[in-house]
Design a protein. Structure first.
Length: 207
């Protein structure tokens, strides 16, 4: 706007300058006044330009400051959103803590079951070992029983043989004794028949 006004004043000044060349010198005061106005307007125009530059600088600073505070505002809004999410996060954390507590209890229960299972496995292993030992003992008893029966049979056979041998020996002795007594009786009879006297007492000590 100031530039347009200045152009109009310059146009008026040119008109006065061209007109005063033809008129009397009393118009020189008006020309001087116009010249002063022109200088004043030039000063105003320069000041306006400086103000415009300063305004542009201030505007850029304001834009930068606005962008800075916009970023701050965005960060603040984001922080506010995060703060609003804290109760939900705390609730989720509490739920997770409860789940961890239940999981820990389940782990403890599982560990207890595993210990029981380990005990059962040890008992089963012990029972299996006892069964194996029992089976081995039974087999050993059977083997020893067979050996005992065999040994007993051998003893019985040996005893029977000894009994037979003893009976045979006894029979032989009895036969010998019988034969001895028969011979002695025969001798006694012959002695008695020949002499009328028996010597039985002398032979009794031999048997």
């Amino acid at each position: 706007m100031l530039e347009t006004l200045r152009e109009r004043l310059l146009s008026v000044q040119q008109d006065f300058t061209s007109g005063t060349a033809q008129y009397s010198p009393e118009f020189s005061a008006g020309l001087e006044l116009l010249s002063r106005y022109e200088d004043a307007w030039a000063t105003l125009h320069k000041g306006a330009k400086d103000c415009a530059k300063a305004g542009e600088l201030v505007d850029s600073e304001v834009v930068m400051l606005s962008a800075h505070w916009e970023r701050k505002r965005s960060s603040l809004v984001e922080l506010q959103d995060q703060l609003q999410q804290i109760p939900g996060f705390l609730a989720d954390l509490e739920c997770l803590t409860a789940s961890l507590a239940r999981l820990e209890a389940n782990f403890e229960e599982m560990e207890s079951h595993l210990l029981c299972l380990e005990d059962l496995c040890e008992q089963c292993e012990l029972e299996r070992h006892k069964c194996v030992q029992t089976l081995q003992l039974e087999n050993y008893k059977k083997t020893k029983r067979k050996e005992l029966e065999t040994f007993k049979a051998e003893l019985d056979a040996e005893h029977a043989q000894k009994v037979l041998d003893m009976e045979h020996t006894q029979q032989m002795k009895l036969k010998e004794r019988q034969k001895f007594f028969e011979e002695a009786f025969q001798q006694d009879m012959e002695q008695y028949l020949s002499t009328g006297y028996l010597q039985i007492a002398e032979r009794r000590g031999k048997f």
